[in-house]
Design a binder for this molecule. Structure first.
Ligand SMILES: Cc1cc2nc3c(=O)[nH]c(=O)nc-3n(C[C@H](O)[C@H](O)[C@H](O)COP(=O)(O)OP(=O)(O)OC[C@H]3O[C@@H](n4cnc5c(N)ncnc54)[C@H](O)[C@@H]3O)c2cc1C
Length: 454
């Protein structure tokens, strides 16, 4: 076989699961932000690991590039092919690989197929009296394979770590069709390189993840949620520390700005505070009697602008969770979205520089920042920026981040959007090792070409 041959793919997955009509494939070729629509000869939808293996063998023989796609909620353009992709390319969607295995309540883990959503995993864990440590607003679409491939963070990293920390085992298909399977519930297993850990954050460039064995935790205790008005990020960090010192466990700490709160309230969310402070921080904490304890800790810390509710406090969480979609709907142009990490001591300085840059830039630019502040992770959104100015402005913001020793990608990955930054933020030997790893797993560069590496 040479070149794209839909019949060979159809022989593996069935003709109904090789989609070639451009109208039908458009939703797979366009990313969640709507910023990127790529070119693909087909979308293939396997059901099993064996089918993935057979597909990759076919594509390898024919020189067809494979772009792996889970829920397509990624925000850096990694899940869709490039427009300028030369040569044949297929999108391999895991949307039919949705099985969730039985929860093992002795070993505290659950094995799932790569296309199971985060919400599926959460529900299975909860039904068995366990807790899954990852949660993010895209939970109903983002998949197990996708959160591993991006090493997604979300709102509970401060408590449980990122996705990599939840991965016990992995099943993945190499570009040549061989299957790598490490599938043990052991928490301690130091035999050789940590391949599951390496696949976490690999963004579809090393292998197609077909299954994940996730660690689960004990069910959470009672929780309470506070929204607190603050004038500085330094004050936010003081309060997070005070809540911990008060004996509570911090489950989440999310920063919102007045600009973001105004947008979500205008879109129908219920405001929490009567005043309009510069920042509002949402702190979720667990403990024996968390609402009372949280209120006591905040009062002792001198807080006079706060509301505290017993968990799950969905209305308070809605203020934070509605940010992403409201921002997308509120901008005159597709918003510039940057996911950055900033050292705690630099957050106030960075935010001041960002305000200044937005004011001075000489074209429309409305900054709306929010994020997982306890992890130093800010989502910088710049609204109304004219299309022709977006790349240059994003570059200037990332320069500010790098100058403060921050990360140009805290949790979303590099994808296609930030690949030019790889050699800026990682030194030569580091990038050489990454390229060598890529060659070892995918010698022909067949998987997600153009993602991660410039
Ligand atoms: C409303 C909203 C809120 C979000 N909140 C957060 C957040 O709090 N924290 C966070 O980290 N992210 C967040 N995201 C981003 C996104 O949800 C995550 O990056 C998520 O992990 C992507 O999962 P997915 O299944 O949609 O992957 P996709 O978007 O389909 O793919 C993302 C990358 O993973 C690769 N990939 C997908 N599946 C596989 C597989 N089976 N094998 C190998 N590679 C694969 C793709 O090739 C691509 O490079 C949010 C997105 C939205 C839209």
């Amino acid at each position: 076989m040479s070149g794209f041959a839909p019949d060979e793919l159809a022989a593996v997955v069935g003709a109904a699961h090789v989609l070639t009509d451009p109208d039908v494939t458009e939703r797979y070729r366009t990313d969640w932000t709507g910023r990127r629509t790529g070119r693909a000869d087909a979308v293939v939808r396997p059901r099993t690991t064996d089918e993935v293996s057979a597909l990759l063998r076919c594509c390898g023989r024919a020189g067809v590039a494979v772009v792996v796609q889970g829920g397509n909620t990624g925000l850096v353009g990694g899940s869709v092919p490039a427009v300028e992709a030369d040569g044949p390319v297929v999108i391999l969607s895991t949307e039919r690989m949705t099985e969730v295995g039985a929860v093992d309540t002795v070993e505290m883990c659950v094995g799932v197929q790569a296309g199971a959503t985060v919400a599926d995993v959460q529900r299975a864990a909860a039904a068995a009296g366990c807790h899954f440590g990852i949660d993010l607003a895209s939970r109903d679409s983002a998949t197990a394979g996708g959160i591993v491939a991006t090493n997604a963070g979300g709102v509970h990293v401060v408590r449980h770590g990122s996705t990599r920390a939840q991965v016990l085992g992995i099943e993945a298909v190499l570009a040549d069709g061989r299957v790598v399977r490490r599938w043990s519930p052991l928490r301690k297993d130091n035999v050789g390189y940590d391949l599951p850990g390496l696949l976490a954050g690999s963004e579809g460039t090393l292998a197609v993840i077909t299954g994940v064995l996730f660690a689960l935790g004990e069910p959470r205790g009672a929780t309470a949620v506070a929204i607190i008005g603050c004038d500085t990020a330094d004050r936010v960090f003081e309060l997070v520390a005070a809540v911990r010192r008060g004996g509570l466990t911090v489950e989440a700490a999310e920063l919102m700005t007045a600009a973001g709160i105004d947008l979500v309230v205008a879109a129908g969310a219920r405001p929490a505070l009567r005043s309009g402070p510069r920042f509002q921080v949402l702190i979720e904490a667990s403990g024996a009697d968390p609402a009372d304890e949280l209120a006591t800790v905040l009062a002792a810390a001198g807080v006079d602008d706060a509301v505290v509710e017993a968990g799950p406090a969905r209305d308070l969480w809605a203020l934070r969770e509605r940010h992403t979609e409201t921002i997308a709907a509120s901008s005159a142009t597709v918003p510039v979205k940057l996911d950055v990490g900033i050292p705690h001591r630099d957050v106030d300085g960075f935010l001041a520089e960002l305000e200044q840059l937005s004011a001075d830039v000489g074209h429309p630019c409305r900054p709306v920042v929010f994020g997982h502040v306890a992890d130093g992770n800010l989502h910088v959104n710049l609204l109304d920026v004219p299309d022709g100015e977006q790349a240059a402005l994003a570059h200037r913001v990332l320069e500010l981040v790098v100058a403060r020793g921050g990360s140009v990608s805290a949790e979303h990955g590099i994808g296609r959007d930030k690949r030019e930054w790889l050699p800026v933020v990682r030194d030569g030997a580091d990038v050489d090792v990454m390229r060598a790893i890529k060659r070892a797993w995918d010698p022909a560069g067949q998987l997600n070409p153009g993602v991660l590496f410039p």
